[in-house]
Design a protein around this ligand. Structure first.
Ligand SMILES: [Zn+2]
Ligand SMILES: [Zn+2]
Length: 358
């Protein structure tokens, strides 16, 4: 077994990542050592590095990860099958206990009282920007199908699982008209998933033209550029598209406060708003609550995801990979030693994902 690993240590906002060597401890029974083959920089990593949200330091960031089991293990995958050295895997963003009230009665294991979240913890090999990672007991591990490439698989365990878990809690089955606010990774996955669910209109709204062009290749039926068109005109266009009905579903994945207020304006009577983007504190929004009452709106938030959503995400990409260019969502790949340049590139905001290949 490998004795040591390179890691990129994060020391806090405004400080560069430090590449250093760490000893690989012998994994405890119930944990799994994985050799990382690809990790992507998620929007929440950018929030952390830019100081919008705090992290315990020093730590290893990165939680969108794919890799290979690197040592024999008795741990089983999420479907109860044995795992073998060399298996390509991805896994839930968190480990949970399976015993507390959130894991059992409330069916919210993503809010487990003893939650452990990858890429957010101090010490240990617990983040993706490294050569190796230890998976903790209580992690849902999924094998990556042979036909699904690392680039197609790597953002699934955060972005796609998050959007699927949110859409599952709000029940989107009988609706027709959706607007997705934010054409980042979550918004793009939302667009193709809703299209495949039979939505007639999947409108995607974002201020960046390049992102909207990508959304069009992922099932968006209409796109609106907020840097060229004020929100009230977008609302009018959505009314016209739906013959005055308004939207059935608004999916907020931008984290912009205006996206939440726009959702309340654009939804029709009986509509639902799923909000996932406010993953940083003090996201204060002033709304006219009158609209919530008189339109009989449902507003639902969701954080992290139910681990079963990752299995659904993998199956979706396995089945639809010929129809949507998932691998092209990775806009640039950097070696681990160039992680500072990778973050600079990701901060520019025009690429959906920047990846690190250790
Ligand atoms: Zn993430
Ligand atoms: Zn628990």
């Amino acid at each position: 077994m490998q004795k040591s690993t390179l890691v990129a240590q994060f020391h806090g906002h405004g400080k560069p990542f430090e590449i250093c060597e760490q000893t690989i401890a012998t994994p405890d029974p119930g944990s799994v050592l994985v050799k990382i083959s690809l990790a992507t920089i998620c929007g929440s990593d950018l929030h952390t590095v830019s100081g919008r949200r705090s992290a315990p330091t020093p730590c290893i960031l990165g939680h969108e990860i794919v890799g290979e089991v690197a040592a024999p293990t008795a741990v089983r995958d999420a479907y109860g099958q044995a795992l073998h050295e060399g298996d390509r895997v991805t896994w839930s963003i968190m480990a949970w206990c399976g015993k507390c009230q959130f894991c059992t009665d409330r069916n919210l294991p993503q809010k487990c009282e003893r939650l452990f979240k990858y890429g957010h913890a101090r010490n240990g090999l617990s983040g993706g920007f490294a050569e190796y990672i230890h998976l903790q007991p209580g992690t849902s591990i999924y094998r990556v199908p042979d036909c699904v490439t690392d680039a197609e698989a790597v953002p699934l365990n955060c972005a796609f699982a998050t959007i699927l878990s949110g859409l599952e809690v709000i029940d989107v089955s009988a609706e027709k008209f959706a607007v997705v606010q934010g054409a980042g990774m979550l918004g793009i996955y939302a667009a193709c998933y809703l299209r495949e669910q039979g939505y007639q209109i999947v409108a995607v709204v974002d201020p960046v033209a390049e992102r909207l062009q990508i959304a069009e290749r992922f099932g968006a039926t209409h796109t609106f550029n907020l840097s060229e068109m004020p929100a009230n005109l977008v609302g009018q266009a959505l009314q016209d598209l739906t013959n005055g009905h308004g939207m059935d579903l608004a999916v907020e994945v931008s984290g912009a406060s205006a996206a939440f207020t726009n959702s309340l304006d654009w939804l029709g009577v009986g509509g639902s708003c799923l909000t996932l983007g406010f993953v940083y504190p003090h996201a204060d929004v002033t709304v006219d609550a009158h609209k919530i009452v008189t339109k009989c709106l449902t507003i639902r938030g969701n954080h992290n995801y139910h681990p079963s959503a990752l299995g659904t995400a993998i199956k979706f990409v396995e089945e639809k990979r010929e129809r949507y260019p998932f691998k092209e969502l990775i806009g640039a790949v950097y070696p681990l030693k160039e992680i500072n340049a990778a973050f600079d590139r990701a901060m520019q905001g025009d690429l959906i994902r920047v990846a690190i290949n250790p």
